[in-house]
Design a protein around this ligand. Structure first.
Ligand SMILES: [Zn+2]
Length: 112
């Protein structure tokens, strides 16, 4: 039995199809195989845009979650909340002073 000869879809080189690899479309070079799988992916995305949108959303969310896990820092808002709960009296005093200063500076602005 003679081996089938095929033309590589990517580089155009004629290659021999050995054995059961009858559905091979590239010559077998890593570059060609990679490019072919990318083309397949693009083709598949083109045919299943909705599915891909959902899929990319999931990938995006999981990558964001990963990033959050890696940094593992509490959110800024939460940190402020926690600080307020722990230093409630300090916080009240701070706010009182802050508001006083704010009003004073506003008065200054008006008088200028
Ligand atoms: Zn090739």
């Amino acid at each position: 039995m003679k081996n089938q000869m095929k033309k590589c879809l990517i580089c155009g080189k004629i290659f021999e199809v050995r054995g059961k690899a009858y559905n091979k479309v590239t010559c077998g070079k890593i570059k060609c195989r990679k490019e072919n799988s990318l083309l397949n992916k693009m083709y598949w995305i083109g045919r299943n845009p909705d599915y891909y949108k959902e899929y990319s959303q999931i990938v995006l969310e999981s990558s964001i979650n990963k990033k959050l896990k890696v940094s593992n820092k509490p959110k800024k808002k939460d940190a402020i909340k926690n600080w307020k709960a722990l230093n409630h009296e300090k916080w009240k005093e701070y706010m009182r002073n802050y508001m006083r200063e704010l009003r004073a500076s506003e008065k200054k602005k008006k008088s200028v």
